[in-house]
Design a protein around this ligand. Structure first.
Ligand code: NAP
Length: 430
């Protein structure tokens, strides 16, 4: 059988990992697919850069879009990143000129995935993107194939390894967010500009793809409600532990009577749930099907090896002509679902207030919650000797987000409340 010829755009962490994996497992892949997977061409920004993989025998293109059009290749593997050009043009050009595409680019798929899927479908080409969601975890395959007999009830997960690493280190090493972020940047685990990770954007991109696959709807990244982890402090991590919870940056999507809920925020999850014990740089995705129940997938969501593993799996599918609709159903059948606004969220809440230690404070706070129909389930007040402000921690019964926001904004203006109130949602995973 003819070899599958591939051209790779981008030779960074994922591109070089993919080249190395294809070389290392070359014989195994040939046995599995019945044909060779042969890299024919490459492109990156700097031709003279020293690389930790051998590329001298491969045709070099300075222009990756030109490579997508002209290379002697059946598949273009886009591993440059970013939602704009050249990544976007590479994929469009490849699909438009009769080539399949494999990409690890969640930003591109979250923003232009609908159009790219239509283009691929129109040209009967593959557009495979396993590495774009949770790196090495084969969740696209799981949702699109392994769980295809189920109606998916909910999909949620720890989708950003950097945030999970920071939250884990804060708890285990008793360090502040800023300290751990700085260390992570020094070690190369976090970007110098960390916003994509710590503000939840990267997790939101992945969640929008998961939601589309799970619920057969068009990708709607702008409909993802996103909060990051910058406001999480050690004191809240400690109180979470005391209450039997753990704080995780969770991405969660489900269909509700108000529409499609797509949310990324730090929340408290019961310590007995598997997701609470996903630590460090690991990712995990839980998909709940009407027939199968809960399924849990865990693994490394980033890094050269794990991400290359997903890219190569996508290539194997192409080599075997193993097809599934790009987003689980034909693009014509993808639904446009209304967005469930965060104001309609219902759940329990953790609230921490820093108050001045004087009589009547708790009564004032309780009155505001009562006015908003919110009842307090439990209250913790540990005395702190030296400072004027004392923390009052409350676990609130289930209530509407809108009411909680109103209550917090009123409480913020009470004279006895010294800092902006801290609120963390308590996520019901049952
Ligand atoms: N890193 C991970 O663990 C991970 C995990 C999952 C998904 N992903 C996704 O995988 C993709 C690649 O990520 P990465 O971490 O491998 O990125 P990276 O290490 O920054 O590598 C980017 C590569 O693209 C090349 N490049 C940049 N601009 C270019 C241009 N205009 N023309 C040609 N080449 C250009 C760079 O060339 P030079 O080498 O010459 O500078 C470099 O080789 C992204 O979409 C990312 O979101 C990454």
């Amino acid at each position: 059988m003819e070899p599958l010829r591939i051209a790779i755009a981008g030779l960074g962490t994922v591109g070089s990992g993919t080249l190395k994996l294809l070389e290392k497992n070359n014989k195994l892949l040939e046995k599995r697919t019945g044909r060779r997977i042969l890299v024919t061409a490459i492109s990156a920004k700097n031709r003279t850069k020293k690389r930790d993989c051998s590329i001298d025998h491969l045709e070099w293109f300075d222009d990756p879009v030109g490579m997508a059009r002209e290379a002697n290749a059946d598949v273009i593997v886009e591993l440059i990143g970013g939602e704009r050009d050249p990544a976007k043009s590479i994929c469009e050009t490849a699909l438009g000129s009769g080539r399949h595409v494999v990409t690890a680019n969640k930003a591109l798929m979250a923003t232009h995935g609908n159009e790219l899927s239509s283009l691929a479908e129109k040209n009967t080409k593959f557009l495979n993107y396993e590495a774009a969601i949770a790196g090495g975890i084969p969740i696209v395959k799981a949702l699109r194939e392994g769980l295809s007999g189920n109606e998916i009830k909910r999909v949620y997960g720890v989708l950003n390894g950097t945030c999970n690493y920071i939250l884990t280190e804060m708890r285990q090493q008793r360090k502040t967010f800023d300290e751990v972020l700085q260390e992570a940047q020094n070690l190369g685990y976090a970007e110098a500009e960390p916003s994509m990770d710590v503000d939840g954007i990267d997790a939101g991109q992945k969640l929008s793809l998961l939601a589309s696959l799970a619920f057969g709807c068009r990708i709607n990244f702008s409909g993802v409600y996103t909060e990051g982890i910058r406001r999480i402090s050690l004191i809240d991590i400690d109180y979470a532990e005391e209450l039997g919870y753990r704080i995780k940056l969770l991405g969660s999507a489900r269909l509700t009577e108000n529409g499609l809920e797509q949310r990324v925020y730090p929340c408290m999850v019961d310590q007995s749930f598997p997701i609470a014990n996903v630590e460090g740089a690991y990712n995990a995705v839980v998909a709940i099907g009407d027939s199968v129940g809960d399924t849990v997938f865990q693994g490394l969501g980033a890094g050269s090896g794990p991400t290359a593993s997903a890219v190569v799996a996508d290539l194997v599918d192409i080599a075997l002509e193993r097809r599934a609709p790009i987003m689980g159903v034909s693009t014509n059948d993808l639904r446009s679902l209304p967005e469930a606004p965060i104001s309609t969220h219902r759940g329990a809440y953790y609230v921490r207030l820093m108050v001045s230690d004087r009589p009547g404070v708790i009564a004032d706070i309780s009155a505001v919650f009562r006015d908003e129909n919110i009842s307090i389930e439990s209250l913790i007040q540990h005395r702190r000797s030296v400072t004027e402000a004392v923390p009052v921690v409350m676990k609130m019964h289930e209530c509407l987000e809108e009411s909680m926001q109103k209550a917090l904004s009123r409480i913020h203006h009470l004279d006895s409340v010294i800092e902006t109130p801290t609120m963390v949602r308590i996520e019901d995973l049952n």
